[in-house]
Design a protein. Structure first.
Lengths: 368, 368, 368, 368, 368
């Protein structure tokens, strides 16, 4: 299990920044080869207060009758690889071409914008896929009768919302597209919490590592954590601003929706608060790690000093009694002639060694 | 006693972030299992200028006659586990369901909000329980005739306020619910001071430790202190903003109340000032610790160098006189044949050793 | 003299934060036991353009006739221990009870506030008492005909102002209480400069210490300096804001006073500028100290390495010629039989040692 | 290839800050000798919806008929060395002399300004020339019928734009000079992306180096990277502000152009976001490097300690059995007389050495 | 030459902060003894479009006729020591006494203020005198017909401006005093560029030193550089604000002057940009230095470890063959009896030493 959590720290793969070449005319749709190869899935939920239609469609022409019949139709496009489909949608719903370019060139900033009567939102849905942070751009258009959402790849994030619409969610069905757009954004924002919790647990582990372990892996962990934190924070701050724009744009709507949006904004603030407190905890981690490393240096030095200071004097004494001074003179090395000379040597050696050790013990070098 | 203070630095248990699953409809009350198991206690104080009623009640129906009779009724709910009771209150006092959700999902930001004619406030009451920082969310609703407060768990923080209402507190009884709401918030904010004082004493200790001791425990202490400081600071900053909103919302009230709120805001600013000065002191602590550690490395190195430099030359001299050059030649090791050769050796050895020691002493290595 | 300056760095005694218990009704005057024991001295200066009265009084009743007779009366209360006197003043001059509470609970923020027609100001007067920074809270009320100032303890800061009023200061006498209030604040702010100068000299010393000495005392000095700097900066920033409020409140007054206040604001900005430049210089000091410590480690290591590298090879050579290989074989240790074997050994030893030393000298290890 | 990328980190040559001497009258055109020696090339594209003229001209008089005939004329001056040509242009198009001075004194800040009916813009086009960052100032004037661009030296950045105008770009031809000015700025801003991508790859390399290698070259790399990042960030921030001014100045234009400018602003924000995330990653790199260095110190110390602790005791034992105590006494060095004394010695030596090694192995010193 | 640049880093002498004692009445002119001893020089340039008068005067009475005759008179007072002269000027031109006090109490912040119809400006002119940064306060008053400038000491900064007025500068002569005031400020600001360039070259040197040299002098250099940078930055920021106030105050003037002032503001922004980029480069220097120092520690440790690890084993082997085990037993030290025992020893020793060296070489310890 620890291994699983360890891998959370992986830095996300460098997003293939799908971007048209400098000098291309603005508003040109160019699909990046990576995305082009992925399958595209279009699912539709259309509903009125009484009825509900839900299905996957293959041909956009199936949409026209639904838009006619139901007051609210939600089309979710999963995969951005089909350029024809996107162009068709642009024409069908009269979408702005610059906004459509933003849908395809993922890595946009979260935002809520208005183009005439159609609103456009970009948000990021964080997910931990195999313990690697994946920030998926979700783009959304909504007008009077429709909501269009675009996902980079399949994910389960909309499942609970779909269930809510199908079973019971009266409010959702009544308040129609604007409320539905809010619900989509709210769901995306709520998806931050489990990811943040996982990172919180991971941070606890790193903190313990930094204080106790001081292995080189900790540096990489801290660095990767900081990077992921930065990504989440940036997304959260921008999402907050996006919600604020949404609330302002929704100013004409009924006040209940505004209360809901304010509540959702509060959630983004809470997310930011938690992430800021992570950041504050992380900021000191390198210092902690550094002092752990220095503490280890200290400990190694102590071992060396203790060993050297204990054996060196004994070695010197032994060397002295190995000297070849002429024993003819009684003044030269008289100890060598003593009957208990060897025992005397050992006493001397142990005395010196133990006095050294006692000195170090008094200095507290054996404590930690 | 020192041990008691030492444990102040404990990081607070990671708050069980009671939160409904992503995708849940907003405004749904879900009680976290941890809270559900706790007993719930409802106490009531109802008063007019002349009369006062105080009791613990088991049935919310007992409230209706009190609300009729008295101009001001304060209901304090201690424990958030009883979902039925909370729903009943929501209906009885016509509370907003999103605000009620905030009461249950503790870890909200401090704030003062208005929902139609009912005001909603969230605040944090810090307490040191067994030297561990506990930040309890206290939520409050107030309307024309009632004040509702919600505590996560029992605490003594309202005792002095209740006493003030019972004995003498004329102003409290006259100015009714809005003043009562102010008094509750004021009491909560005043509770920061003793906690801050305890942390101030703790910080003094850590500073001394960082300069003198440099044991590894200091790192953990500093880190935990920083974290607790961050929690307190965040709460204080948000509380300050909340008081500012309160003052603005109270703009219609009499000016005396506004003076009181401004005074209370001043207290939050003072709290923030003290916490900022702690932060400023803390910010340099890791550097201090680091240089203490490096200073210790220096001292260890000095011991090693002194020992090595003193004994090595003697060892070398002893080694030289232990060589087996052929004594037939008078040019080979003539010292060995001297009558006082051994004494000469000792003089040489002591000379070398003492000249080394004097050099180091001159360099000031024995000073510290 | 150096010793005197050294002690400037002392951290101020932790202010006995006189504060009523949480839950006390706002506006209650509680005097801290420390203050209660100090003697209280009330001095009065009353003056018109023509006449001047100056004395110390024991009974507040002596004030009434002065207030009648003179257009401007300045009462300076030195010591905050006499609760009765303070209550009497509150009633006599119709002071706000919350403001009066701020007078007694020292450690308020500097501010200028208006309560109906009476103004209230809090400011800090820094002083170096026995080289320890003392920030005394000075509170002031002023109305149409009176100025009341409250000092925590006796100090000389108002002496030059009193002299100015007595001798010559026509402007002071003409412009009356508002100008007098300005003059009091201006005097307090001008008192920052000598203190700041003393700290500037102290900072120069610390900088030299950090680069050259690198003794452990430097850490404490830097830390204490930072703390004192923080106290001064906070006071200066708040004082600046207070002066700005003053200028705005004085908007009805004649423009000359506004020029004077702006000039005084300029002084606070200058103080802040100087303090910020100190802060900027301080911010790098710990880094400097750290690298000094590391440089010393380097030097110690060099000594060890030079000693070890010089003596070890000689020791090894000596050890080799101390071996007991059977001299029967001419291939074993032939050097031992040479006539000038011992001389040869010394040449070898000195060659090795000097080549080592030359290597290190070339590396520049002997330079610093 | 790695070598190529390595050289990206080069700091840009210190821009020859062409600047007139202090005290020169403002608006004086002085060409720096470096620039004066470069050849100047003037290319013209003039077009209406139907027709298009493109050529390089040698004489400015050729411009007059083109300005008459075509609604939009774009003159691109490549090289700033010809003072006469610049003066002629100033008179011909009635350009502001202060703005013209900014064209020649390169290293201006990016900006968009209005002088009467003529607009003036400064922008920076980043390019990697031989892996060295080159920030070329591009200045632009535009009026109702003309666009003038000034480049410091030749570059390919306008090639795709020219192609767009020639082939198909209806919008460009219709919307005339203001749209053309936008297109020029948009092209310049889009040129940031490939440069940023190259630096992103470089940063990945540096991060790995800092963690693993810890060679001294890494410091220079990090430092140079930071510097280049700073240059790019400053240019990007200023460019963003310039686009905002442009949008405001273009307020009278049709809303489509405003949408385009907003889109371009969004691109600058994205550039800033990426650069800020680089900065955030860079900020921790020196810490990482420092702890890598300290970790290496640890490893070196461990080697020394292991070697010393293993051999020293054996040496001491050998020294002991090399002592010359008088063997007459049976108490002196009895081991020397044992039959298997030498074998006993080896057992003792290996025991001591292996117990040392096992101790260190247990401490985990052999792991990394 | 390098030596000259090295001395640039000198910290400026602590400005003798000429300041009247706390409690002095505001507006009192007190000249600092240092300044009083300096000679005072008064030069006058008076001009109309047609005529020009330039001279040094000794008596202020000579001014009256000039003011009568010429529409614009510029009086430059060099030296602030003559209190009588200053008082006379105050009366003569009706200057504000608080502003006059600012002229004498140098170390004011740069600012542009209006006193009735007379404007007052403070600016700083940086100069490198013997490679030491000198920030001279230049104060200026201007009214309808006169410009007064005050310099602390003589400098050449106004020479080119005077030349411009004398020869040709029509604009200067036409636009009169307000333009002249602008020209003075513009000249002062342009004087920043050569100083900044010198510091830029110096910073390049320091960067190289920090990476390569790591001698202790580098710390002092970095610290002094930071300090000077701070002084320049503060002055530049304040000067920018001053220019902004100037532009606002000049709002009534013709738009050309406003263009010029905006251009001059742009220059201050450029100065700030360059200084900020220096700051950014400086901020990482201590880290670089620190890691250089640590890298050197590493290298020293490597030398020690290599020496110790190479010689210690040989020493131990030599010690072993120096043992005195009883050779009677064939099991004791049989190597000693071998014919080629000594050669065998050398082989063993070289094998051990070279295997050690190869190990370290493989670890890359010999590379740097």
């Amino acid at each position: 299990m620890n291994n699983d959590i360890d891998t959370i720290f992986k830095k996300p793969r460098r997003g293939s920044q799908h971007r048209s070449k400098p000098g291309t005319a603005p508003g040109t749709l160019v699909v990046h080869p990576d995305l082009a190869s992925q399958p595209v899935k279009v699912s539709v939920i259309a509903f009125s207060e009484a009825e509900l239609f839900e299905n996957t469609i293959n041909n956009l022409d199936e949409l026209a009758p639904l838009l006619e019949k139901y007051p609210a139709t939600w089309v979710n496009i999963c995969g951005l690889g089909d350029i024809d489909l996107l162009s068709k949608l642009t024409t069908m719903f009269n979408l702005n071409s610059l906004a459509m370019e933003d849908v395809v060139n993922v890595h946009q900033r979260p935002k809520v914008e208005e183009y005439d009567d159609i609103f456009f939102a970009v948000a990021y849905e964080p997910e931990l896929i195999k313990n690697e942070l994946d920030m998926q751009q979700i783009s959304m258009f909504w007008g009077k009768k429709f909501v269009l959402t675009f996902q980079e790849h399949a994910s389960d994030c909309f499942v609970p919302l779909v269930t809510r619409i199908k079973h019971g969610g009266k409010r959702t069905r009544l308040l129609q597209t604007e409320y539905l757009a809010y619900a989509v954004l709210d769901t995306i924002i709520d998806n931050f919490f489990p990811v943040i919790d996982a990172y919180g647990t991971h941070l606890d582990d790193i903190e313990e590592d930094a204080i106790d372990n001081a292995s080189t892996v900790v540096i990489s962990k801290i660095h990767a954590f900081k990077h992921n934190l930065h990504l989440l924070r940036r997304a959260a701050w921008d999402q907050r601003e996006a919600m604020a724009s949404f609330r302002e744009l929704a100013v004409a709507s009924d006040s209940d929706l505004r209360f809901f949006i304010r509540d959702c904004e509060d959630h983004t603030i809470q997310i930011i608060d938690i992430l800021e407190s992570y950041r504050e905890r992380t900021s000191g981690l390198m210092d902690i790690y550094l002092s752990s490393v220095n503490n280890r240096t200290n400990r190694i030095m102590k071992v060396l000093t203790i060993v050297a200071s204990t054996f060196m004097p004994i070695g010197v004494i032994a060397g002295i009694y190995g000297m070849n001074f002429d024993r003819a003179s009684p003044w030269n090395l008289p100890e060598l002639s003593w009957k208990y000379g060897y025992e005397y040597f050992w006493c001397l050696a142990l005395l010196v060694a133990s006095s050294m050790l006692i000195t170090f013990w008094r200095k507290g070098w054996f404590k930690h």
